[in-house]
Design a protein around this ligand. Structure first.
Ligand SMILES: Nc1nc2c(c(=O)[nH]1)N[C@H]1C(S)=C(S)[C@@H](COP(=O)(O)OP(=O)(O)OC[C@H]3O[C@@H](n4cnc5c(=O)[nH]c(N)nc54)[C@H](O)[C@@H]3O)O[C@H]1N2
Ligand SMILES: Nc1nc2c(c(=O)[nH]1)N[C@H]1C(S)=C(S)[C@@H](COP(=O)(O)OP(=O)(O)OC[C@H]3O[C@@H](n4cnc5c(=O)[nH]c(N)nc54)[C@H](O)[C@@H]3O)O[C@H]1N2
Ligand code: SF4
Ligand SMILES: [Mo]
Length: 807
């Protein structure tokens, strides 16, 4: 009989108490034979970055250390605290079932069989009445790769991630300007960077970024942080530019103004790699060969040498600044249109919007252009529901100074060709297992309302509450926390109340546990194997996170992939069978055979795509935890991009298709702006040790500052002292909450700052010393459903009235 990896490891692990603990521990069978004893390669998941680390066992002590050879080595306080999450006193130990009303947090332990059977019988009922599309899975990093397989096998198109609250604004910008995708697809080449501007971005995650920047530091890189508050990195080195929240686009457009009017741009780069030379008609669309009665549909430019309109692919000397008549059509280059747009943002005018002195804007624009700098392309960008224009302007600036695919500019990541777990085409669904299913006819909910970028959860809430475009009756919340993730808490609560089934899969009691009908305890990343892409590297690489530990004693946690597949199988057995998932896997120990099969299929696909023997890849994954298929090297500029023209589109043709403005502009945020002396912007963000997962660990939880930051001038004016208790009242939703104040110069006047996700927790299951998580505020509770059209990016900043209530 084959000894399962799981049961083998189960013999070896017991409950410990801190991150440095003495416990009997052995690497598993497979691990012991293949690599250095006592060091297991892991993909850290203490935040979504997924860095390479090792779980080390030395002299009976366990700890996490970075895998320095890995293309994305991870080293940060949060990964170091991972073992405290593993043996957390509040870890969910058994499945739970709701006993009271939703929101009451009255839950009772039940066994796995009962939980899975009850959930699936409820699902059967819901599906028979409303169809499988009425079931929605919402999630973040955990099982993100698996989710299409799980959802499509059940028959629903609706797997809706967190992205509208995270990166949809910057992703929309990357799509329009570079034809790229989510945040890891583009990033600065930190190693060679000379001048980096971060807009609302903190060097919070390690991701090898800090190490790479260190090389640039030795060469004298300058770092600029545009942010209403000074994060730890800005305090450590660099220049802090305190800006008024929600005005980044105005600041960046003013930089464009300076660079264009002072001719600081890289003319040959722009001509060669961007569509600045395209001729634009009065209706905003580009002039094509067809417009001139010629054959073909290519976009036209004016060739100075040929003195004629020529396809942009063939022009030898295209004009950048040309305006005139093309067979009776008045045309103007995209570059001139950008100039016209930027003319609306003279530094002196932008200063009035963004609060940054005109002289500072000019200086930074000149420094940036002279150094051929890079502006980071944005990660968490759902701040003011107007942020996509800021990132469009940022990408335009990178293009103007020639910083795309060049040394020290932005890179466009090499894809690893990692296959999808399932793909839904119009004729059928194909899965990684080789199985097929009939097509899913229902359209996903979010993209019907927000067509440009998927994963807009607010559209799911609309469907739950309005039954449109069709009813949603069941929600799976998988490794994500809507209460600290999403906007509009009241709407969220109403929607959760209206559902027929709510299932939460997590490792600790997040707040939505109180609203769940069933809670399923998951494995943490140290307890499961995962094959994944290496995200934060320009190179094409994959990694294997090894299963290193079993859950501590007394914790009956199970792999969420198994739990979801079991629910699917029990609900739609025939569909599960069609993709190769059968009843035998109900035995948890046999499930790893299914996992191994999936892994084998992925490796086969990669081996074929890269023409590398599967065995070579597997050997490297077993020994070092990663495999690099291809290295990125800087070039003089980009190759063919996935934009409509294949060029960097400083004038976005895709935006025209969406009916959007082809050029960036600043728009006023949707929340009520502060206008009285006691009214403030409330902004939030992270720092190095702040994350949802780490906030649960004691070492981080006791470090985190749960106070509201206030500038000394504001505090003095309102008679508020450091440590006083204030009440904040949302200007738009009237929500009230109290917190202590930290008086600090690290936040701009008129702005308050808090860390997100570390305070204002409410689950009844939070007990003992972890009750500190209740202190402070949850900034999401002051927001309404402010969303950008097209991409659904939310506004997680808000505005509040402040009142001192005590010392
Ligand atoms: N430590 C840690 N690291 C993480 C994570 C984590 O939870 N913790 N999560 C990961 C994830 S999912 C993401 S998306 C990334 C996010 O990483 P980042 O994109 O760097 O986001 P934050 O770290 O939240 O920093 C946001 C900054 O924006 C500022 N800000 C707020 N409003 C505005 C505004 O209107 N304009 C400007 N210019 N600035 C503003 C805030 O003050 C804050 O300093 O981090 C990843 N890494
Ligand atoms: N106000 C405000 N709101 C924000 C942000 C902000 O900066 N400010 N940031 C936004 C961004 S960028 C993002 S990405 C989202 C993130 O929002 P979420 O997706 O909610 O955040 P995560 O940090 O990924 O944590 C999610 C949950 O995963 C659980 N968890 C940890 N390990 C495991 C595991 O192994 N398995 C399972 N099943 N669960 C596990 C944690 O207990 C936690 O409840 O929030 C967004 N919302
Ligand atoms: S940044 Fe830190 S917490 Fe996030 S994955 Fe990397 S090592 Fe882990
Ligand atoms: Mo995020």
């Amino acid at each position: 009989m084959k000894i399962s990896r799981r049961s083998f490891i189960a013999l070896a692990t017991t409950l410990g108490a801190a991150s440095l603990i003495k416990i009997p521990w052995k690497p598993s069978e497979k691990q012991a034979s293949s690599r250095t004893e006592g060091k297991i390669p892991i993909m850290c998941n203490m935040c979504g970055a997924g860095c390479g680390v090792y779980l080390v066992n030395r002299n009976g002590k366990m700890y996490v250390e970075p895998n320095l050879e890995h293309p994305q080595p991870g080293l940060c306080a949060r990964s170091a605290a991972a073992l405290q999450l593993w043996n957390h006193p509040l870890r969910l130990k058994k499945p739970l079932k709701r006993m009271g009303e939703r929101g009451e947090g009255k839950l009772q332990e039940i066994d796995w069989e009962t939980a899975l059977n009850e959930i699936s019988s409820k699902l059967k009922e819901i599906i028979s009445k409303y169809g499988p599309e009425s079931v929605v899975f919402t999630y973040h990093d955990f099982y993100a790769w698996h989710m299409p397989l799980i959802a499509f096998t059940l028959g629903t198109p609706n797997h809706v991630q967190h992205a509208s609250c995270c990166h949809n604004a910057s992703t929309y910008a990357r799509t329009l300007v570079l034809g790229a995708g989510g945040p890891p697809t583009v990033d600065p080449d930190y190693e060679r960077a000379r001048y980096v501007i971060f807009v609302g971005r903190v060097l919070n995650a390690a991701m090898g970024m800090v190490q790479r920047l260190n090389k640039a530091r030795e060469a004298g890189v300058k770092l600029v942080y545009v942010d209403p508050r000074m994060g730890n990195a800005a305090m450590a080195d660099g220049e802090w530019v305190p800006i008024i929240p929600g005005t980044d686009a105005a600041f960046l457009l003013a930089m464009i103004n300076v660079i264009l009017s002072e001719k600081l741009y890289d003319e040959s780069f722009i001509k060669k790699y961007t569509n600045a030379t395209f001729l634009i008609k009065p209706d905003g669309t580009p002039l094509t060969e067809k417009d001139l009665g010629r054959e073909g549909t290519d976009y036209l430019v004016y060739d100075i040498d040929a003195k004629d309109f020529v396809s942009y692919r063939k022009a030898k000397n295209p004009a950048l600044e040309w305006e005139g008549d093309a067979s009776g059509i008045r045309v103007k280059t995209a570059f001139l249109l950008l100039k016209d747009r930027a003319a609306l943002y003279k530094p002196e005018d932008a200063e009035k919007i963004c609060g940054v002195p005109a002289e500072t804007i000019k200086r930074i624009a000149r420094e940036f252009a002279n150094a051929k700098g890079v502006i980071e392309d944005g990660w968490w960008s759902s701040k003011n529901a107007n942020d996509s224009d800021a990132f469009r302007a940022a990408l335009t600036l990178n293009a103007l100074v020639g910083s795309v695919e060049t040394p020290g500019g932005l890179y466009v990541k090499l894809g690893s060709k990692f296959p999808a777990s399932a793909t839904a085409a119009t004729d059928k669904v194909t899965t990684i297992t080789g199985g097929t299913l009939p097509p899913i006819t229902a359209k996903r909910i979010d993209t019907q309302k927000y067509p440009a970028v998927p994963h807009v959860f607010d559209a799911v809430l609309d469907a739950i509450l309005e039954g449109k475009p069709y009813p949603v009756k069941a929600l799976f919340i998988v490794g994500t926390e809507p209460f600290t993730r999403d906007v509009n808490t009241e709407k969220l609560k109403k929607a959760l109340k209206a559902l027929d089934l709510v299932v939460v899969i997590d490792v600790v009691p997040n707040d939505s546990v109180d609203w769940a009908d069933y809670v399923l305890p998951d494995n943490i990343f140290l307890e499961r194997e995962e094959l994944a892409e290496v995200k934060w590297t320009p190179h094409a690489a994959i990694q294997l996170s090894h299963k290193a530990l079993d859950p501590p004693q007394g914790v009956d946690a199970r792999n969420g992939f198994w739990a979801m597949m079991e629910i699917v199988r029990r609900t739609v057995p025939e569909r599960a069978k069609a993709i190769g998932y059968t009843e035998e896997y109900a035995d948890y120990h046999r499930f790893e055979e299914f996992e191994d099969y999936v892994k084998k299929k992925i490796l086969e696909s990669l081996s074929k795509a890269w023409n590398v023997p599967s065995g070579d890849i597997e050997k490297a994954l077993n020994n070092k935890g990663f495999y690099i298929f291809k290295l990125w090297v800087p070039k003089p500029g980009p190759g063919t991009l996935s934009t409509k023209s294949g060029l960097i589109e400083i004038y976005s043709l895709k935006a025209l298709d969406y009916g959007d403005d082809p050029l960036p502009k600043w728009k006023t945020p949707k929340y009520t702006l502060p206008s009285k002396p006691d009214e403030f912007y409330l902004v939030n963000g992270r720092d190095q040790y702040v994350s949802a997962h780490a906030a649960w660990t004691w070492s981080v939880s006791s470090l985190v500052d749960r106070r509201v930051w206030m500038n000394p001038k504001d505090a003095g004016r309102l008679g508020i002292k450091d440590g006083d208790i204030v009440e904040l009242e949302g200007l738009d939703n009237g929500f009230k909450a109290r917190a202590r104040v930290k008086v600090t110069n690290r936040v701009r006047e008129g702005v308050l700052f808090v860390y997100n996700r570390v305070g204002g927790r409410f689950s009844k299951l939070i007990s003992g010393q972890y009750q500190v998580l209740r202190e402070g505020i949850n900034p999401n509770m002051f927001t309404l459903s402010w969303l950008e059209p097209l991409n659904g990016s939310t506004g997680l900043n808000s505005t509040v009235r402040v009142r001192r209530v005590g010392a």
